[in-house]
Structure formats: structure tokens, C-alpha cells
Design a protein around this ligand. Structure first.
Ligand code: DAK
Length: 259
């Protein structure tokens, strides 16, 4: 993996790529370069069959405190449109392999939205989530009003977006925004362990499960059930389905080929 300036990409264990946001001086504020690099890293990971799951994290103090305000303060509508930020976020949304956000400290604005683009969130005890855009005269622009509402419900989403207040890790857990709250010392390891577990599963089934769960956000129940059913039948064309079922019957551990 090439060297980046705003992120660091490693392979902490086989099958797992870890992307660390590395602009600690500005609490990992998401400037344009960071977004470009995240997309570039994900595109490369998507092509790499050895990587099956991704962990995205910042540091203890901040996952990301939002889009880089310094880059936006004087921008006009046309300039914002030309930056084509939405297509970058879109590429994260359509990434095929599971992504787990490991969040400690601030996940605010675009940072909270980035965490919500991920498929699961492991939070440290110090994690704080919020959409404080209201305090700087704007509003969430990368899915905050939509994904947060789906995750935590209308009442809490309204409160978070309209007041700019943050919620802590335990509140986020109760609200269903995060999967688990763990000590600060272990939030990255916990996320990597979860990613490693997923990386050990049959990859085509993993991909279709991710697509099917995400489909539930954009389809009717009927449409989603049909999508799920077709994906289910499709898996019977894979060698991994034969291997998985035969291994069960033969009482042995399956070996997945991703085919
Ligand atoms: N941008 C730039 N710099 C930031 C920053 C940010 N979002 N957040 C923090 N920093 C910088 C601070 O300016 C400070 O820099 P120095 O003064 O040391 O040079 C350094 O990080 C440390 O911050 P503080 O000194 O403020 O640290 P504190 O612990 O006192 O406070 C804080 C932490 C997180 C409460 C505070 O920094 C804060 O309120 N930060 C701003 C949070 C915020 O408003 N976030 C939302 C930004 S708007 C889009 C999609 C999405 C978006 C935009 C477009 N498209 C698809 C087009 C998203 C927009 C946003 O996220």
C-alpha cells in the first residue's frame, strides 16, 4: 500500500486492513485530501482478495471532529459543488467489504457521518457523537439527518441535529448507534478482533449479507425480501456453499475459497 499523508494503512492481522486517520493536531478534521486518500485506500483494498474486512479509526482523543472547517469557511455554493465531495462519500457508501469504525473521543459532524457510513461501530468509553453543524450555521451534509434518524430514531436525531449536543458512548449504545462500548485501551483491538472474525467467513456470503442489510434502508419490505431471496439462491452457485454444508455434515472445519 502506498504512503499517504493524512491516513496510514496497515494490515494488523491476515485478512484485515486498518485505516488510521492521522491528522491528530486538528482532531482528524476531514480535509479534502483525507477524503481522497480514504477513497483511494478503499479502492485498492477492494481489489485485494486477501483483505476481507476493514477497520477505520482515529486516535484516543478523536475519531474525527468533522469536515475541516478551515477549508469551508470562505467557500461558496459553486465551489462546494465543484469539490465533488458527494461522489467521494458515495464511494465509501458503496464499498463492498464490511467496514468497522473504531471510535474514541470525538466523532462529530462529518466524523459522525463517516462512522455511520461504516457497517458497525465499536466505541471506547470516551466516545462522543454529535452533529454540531447547527453551531456553525449549516446542517449535516453527508447523511447525518438520514442515517442518524434511522439508527437512533426521530426524537433523538432531532435533538442531536437541532441542538448540536453530543451523546456519550453509553447513550449511543442504548440508542443503537454503536455495537459495543469497550475500555479506551482496547477499542482498536476489539474492532480488529471483530474484523478478523468476519474475515474468516465465506467472502461472497459476507458481501451479499452486507448488500442485503443495506438494501433494507432503501427498499420496501417486499423489495428487500426479494433481494435477500435472490442473493440466498445465488449463494448456491458458490463452492463455499457446498464446502460449508458438506463440512457441517462431515463434522469438520470448512475451508473457504471465496468462489
Ligand atoms: N475543522 C478544522 N479544525 C478543527 C476541527 C474541524 N472540524 N475541529 C477541531 N479542529 C482543530 C482546532 O481548531 C484546534 O486547532 P488549533 O487551534 O490547535 O490550531 C485543534 O483542532 C484542537 O481543537 P480544540 O482546541 O477546539 O479542542 P477542544 O478539545 O477544546 O474541543 C471540539 C474539541 C471537538 C469540541 C472542538 O474542536 C470543536 O467544536 N470542533 C468543531 C466541531 C464541528 O463543528 N464539527 C462539524 C464541522 S462541519 C460535505 C459533507 C459533510 C460535511 C461537509 C460537506 N459534503 C458532502 C459536501 C461535514 C461538515 C462538518 O463536519
Amino acid at each position: 500500500m502506498k504512503d499517504f499523508t493524512c491516513i496510514t494503512v496497515t494490515t494488523p492481522v491476515a485478512g484485515v486492513a486498518a485505516i488510521q486517520l492521522s491528522r491528530p493536531k486538528v482532531l482528524n478534521a476531514l480535509n479534502l485530501q483525507t477524503m481522497v486518500e480514504i477513497v483511494e485506500a478503499l479502492e485498492s483494498i477492494e481489489q485485494n482478495n486477501d483483505i476481507r474486512c476493514v477497520v477505520l479509526y482515529g486516535n484516543e482523543k478523536a475519531f474525527a471532529a468533522g469536515a475541516d472547517i478551515g477549508e469551508m469557511g470562505d467557500a461558496g455554493t459553486i465551489e462546494m459543488l465543484k469539490r465533488d465531495q458527494f461522489s467521494r462519500w458515495e464511494k465509501i457508501r458503496t464499498f463492498k467489504k464490511p467496514i468497522i469504525a473504531a471510535v474514541s473521543g470525538f466523532a462529530l459532524g462529518g466524523g459522525c457521518e463517516l462512522a455511520m457510513h461504516c457497517d458497525m461501530i465499536i466505541a471506547s468509553e470516551t466516545a462522543q457523537f454529535g452533529q454540531p453543524e447547527i453551531n456553525i450555521g449549516v446542517m449535516p451534509g453527508a447523511g447525518g439527518t438520514q442515517r442518524l434518524t434511522r439508527a437512533v430514531g426521530k426524537a433523538l436525531a432531532m435533538e442531536i441535529c437541532l441542538t448540536g449536543r453530543m451523546i456519550n458512548a453509553q447513550q449511543a449504545l442504548r440508542a443503537g448507534l454503536v455495537n459495543k462500548v469497550v475500555p479506551v485501551q482496547s477499542f482498536i483491538q476489539e474492532a480488529i478482533a471483530l474484523a478478523q472474525e468476519i474475515a474468516s467467513k465465506p467472502p461472497i456470503a459476507v458481501q451479499l449479507i452486507k448488500e442485503s442489510v443495506l438494501k433494507s434502508f432503501s427498499s420496501t419490505l417486499e423489495g428487500g425480501l426479494e433481494f435477500e431471496r435472490k442473493n440466498f439462491y445465488m449463494l448456491f452457485a458458490t463452492e463455499d456453499q457446498k464446502e460449508g454444508m458438506h463440512a457441517f455434515i462431515e463434522k469438520r472445519t470448512p475451508t473457504w475459497k471465496g468462489q
